[in-house]
Design a binder for this molecule. Structure first.
Ligand code: MRU
Length: 340
């Protein structure tokens, strides 16, 4: 069902439709264990999204679309399934975008087979977009460059190949990128646990850095681009992404390092004027108070755990989508590419 990998730098498919259930590679357990979980109804898909068994903006949209198919197969109340899935996480607009697409097909009278076709199209289009963005983004990088990335934007976070990690895959394949650094991405460690797993598995040489080493790395002159994904891009180009992205953009500008956002057009939200209007997910303080399930902070301590932040458009050098590249994004350029 899922498209096969195109290159040796692209071997992972973490969201797999099985005809009557959805199989997900459980991202909570990587890299220590590669365990698959089977979701058999929309409630189980909702839970998997909320608990981060599946995560990354495009992947949660794709999983949610399959959740709607499961609900339709079982004759469940579709409005209820749509509402439940929509409420699973607030920041990544791909979730709402995919559900709106499914809702549109339901409103047009689609049967189960047609809904299955729509979910598969959402998944296939994402993979195609990633491959195209990989080429577009890699073309911006001068051969011999070093890059750093944040969070996980790879095959695990998408239908396959990845957004920012797709650009890195393409840039490495084309010989443009010589060094890759991945920030560990506290507190959930998407960079350390997931990005490094993908890169090692696909044979891409990379080094992990502590999040707090980023400015020091940029000052050394070794990296020319910071390349990240997005959870929502507002109409003026302001971009919500994993917490810590904003400080990387500030540090990049200070050091003359370029900053690239890579995301499919399903991440663009022209209905949100600017980043101030993007809801930032707050997760349980417990995620910050423990490491690998072990409490590391004194009992009685509290924590504040916003899991996304907003990078203002003026700190972004390029937004790469499958529709093309916007350099120095602003509302006018966004409107020209994404306005109707
Ligand atoms: O909380 P997560 O792991 O779902 O956050 C993921 C990110 O912030 C990614 O950078 C973003 O979704 C882009 S994934 C292609």
């Amino acid at each position: 069902m899922t498209a096969s990998p195109a290159t040796s730098h692209d071997t992972i498919r973490a969201v797999q439709w099985q005809g009557d259930h959805l199989r997900l590679l459980d991202q909570r357990l990587l890299p220590r264990e590669e365990r698959w979980i089977d979701c058999r109804n929309a409630g189980e898909v909702t839970q998997a999204i909320r608990d981060l068994a599946v995560r990354g903006a495009p992947a949660i949209g794709i999983a949610a679309a399959w959740g709607v198919v499961l609900a339709a197969q079982q004759g469940a109340e579709l409005d209820q399934a749509l509402a439940q899935l929509r409420a699973a996480r607030p920041t990544a607009v791909n979730l709402m975008w995919a559900l709106d697409r499914m809702k549109g097909r339901i409103a047009a009278g689609a049967d189960v087979v047609a809904l299955e076709r729509e979910a598969q199209a959402i998944q296939d289009e994402d993979l195609a977009a990633n491959r195209h963005m990989g080429e577009l983004g890699a073309a911006l990088i001068v051969p011999g460059s070093g890059v750093m990335t944040h969070c996980n934007t790879g095959s695990l976070a998408t239908a396959g190949y990845g957004t920012a990690l797709g650009v890195i895959r393409a840039g490495v394949s084309a010989g443009r990128i010589e060094q890759v650094f991945a920030g560990e991405t506290r507190p959930w460690q998407q960079g350390a646990r997931l990005t490094m797993w993908e890169l090692v598995r696909d044979g891409i040489p990379a080094r992990l850095i502590a999040d707090s080493a980023a400015s020091h790395l940029m000052r050394s002159g070794v990296v020319q681009w910071v390349i990240v994904g997005a959870d929502r891009i507002a109409a003026n180009g302001d971009t919500a992404n994993k917490i810590g992205t904003y400080q990387l953009a500030i540090a990049a500008r200070h050091h003359g390092v370029k900053f690239m956002v890579v995301a499919p057009s399903s991440t663009v939200d022209m209905a949100t004027a600017n980043g101030d209007d993007i809801e930032i997910e707050l997760r349980d303080a417990a995620e910050l108070l423990s490491v690998a399930g072990q409490r590391t902070v004194v009992d009685g301590a509290d924590a504040w755990n916003p899991v996304f932040d907003v990078t203002p458009a003026e700190l972004i050098d390029a937004i790469v989508t499958e529709r093309g590249v916007i350099e120095r994004p602003n509302a006018k350029a966004m409107q020209a590419m994404f306005g109707h």
